[in-house]
Design a protein around this ligand. Structure first.
Ligand code: GRG
Length: 297
């Protein structure tokens, strides 16, 4: 299957499952807050994190269908991070996923609470007794641990803070990589590792998949930085060129566009090598690594 078709197919599954969350009853009780949550959650992102988890489960030869609800938390956490990142006190963005940002439509207080609700609901889903028959407690605890570490202080939240405090100060390449390993890379790595836990990976598979997750985590950010320089707002569904305007540290800013592209290419090679042990079943993961660095949005 072509990677575009594969992505569309998996994205559709994720979109349909996400649409079942925060349904009518929630909306009746929590009105505009529930509406704001759905506004950002169903705004049409690429769903790359849950898709990576599904591709990993399937690469291990396991049926992903019953496990689908347990990969949605990755998208809930990601969406919360975008809603909070767009707030006036952080990046102060008006456009996200091609629409006005959450706080522009619903106000700042509701946007903060929408993000908080998305974050906590991720862990409600993972610990919901409804899924008792699908995954053992011990494996679910491992998934919860993986997700909480990757999204918290030692992961995305810590990385976001590093990003904020390093604005206007030149970082070394090593410092930049450390920042992005936390801010963007941790959740992408966790997407793959959570897929591996759900699919029952053995030690060797887990090691290869972790290496893959780390490589695509950095490659994703390099591609994102390049798109901020070379992409268009229409393709990206958000303002572009903001990194340079805000004196943010980026790969092209630090090492130039060509070297940044070469670094992304190195990460692609690393990712491909890391999943070679999965054979044909690992093909979608290989293609996803290529998609991540070649994408236009
Ligand atoms: C507020 C705690 C907190 C964290 C925010 C991830 C993040 C940390 C901020 C987002 C800022 C940003 C643009 C980071 C670059 C990489 C990135 C995460 C891009 C957006 O992710 P995509 O491309 O978005 O997967 P879609 O809309 O497709 O889901």
């Amino acid at each position: 299957m072509e990677i575009r078709d594969y992505l569309n197919h998996q994205k559709k599954r994720v979109d349909e499952a996400l649409d079942l969350l925060f349904q009518k009853e929630t909306r009746r009780e929590y009105g505009v807050l529930a509406e704001g949550i759905r506004y950002s959650l169903l705004a049409g992102g690429k769903r790359i994190r849950p898709v990576l988890a599904l591709a990993t489960i399937e690469a291990l030869g396991v049926d992903s269908e019953p496990l689908l609800p347990l990969v949605l938390p990755l998208e809930l956490i990601h969406t919360y991070s975008l809603v909070h990142d767009d707030l006036p006190s952080m990046d102060n963005d008006d456009l996200r996923r091609g629409r006005p940002t959450n706080h522009v439509v619903y106000g700042e207080a509701a946007a903060i609470l929408a993000g908080d609700a998305l974050l906590t609901h991720a862990f409600t889903l993972l610990s919901d007794p409804v899924y008792d028959s699908i995954l053992s407690y011990s494996r679910r605890i491992s998934v919860i641990y993986e997700l909480s570490v990757a999204s918290g202080l030692a992961g995305m939240v810590g990385g976001q803070f590093l990003d904020i405090v390093s604005e206007g100060r030149s970082l070394t390449l090593q410092e930049l990589e450390n920042l992005h390993r936390h801010k963007t890379g941790a959740l992408l790595r966790a997407s793959v590792r959570i897929g591996a836990l759900l699919g029952g990976a053995g030690e060797t598979e887990m090691a290869g998949l972790t290496r893959y997750g780390e490589a695509i985590g950095i490659a994703f950010q390099i591609a994102d930085d390049l798109l901020d320089v070379e992409g268009t707002a229409a393709e990206m569904g958000k303002a572009i060129g903001k990194d340079a305007g805000k004196h943010k540290n980026t790969y092209p800013g630090l090492v130039g566009v060509d070297r940044a592209r070469a670094l992304a290419e190195e990460k692609r090679q690393e990712a491909h090598e890391a999943v070679a042990l999965l054979g044909m079943k690992g093909e979608p993961l290989r293609d996803l690594a290529s998609y991540i660095i070649e994408r236009r949005n």
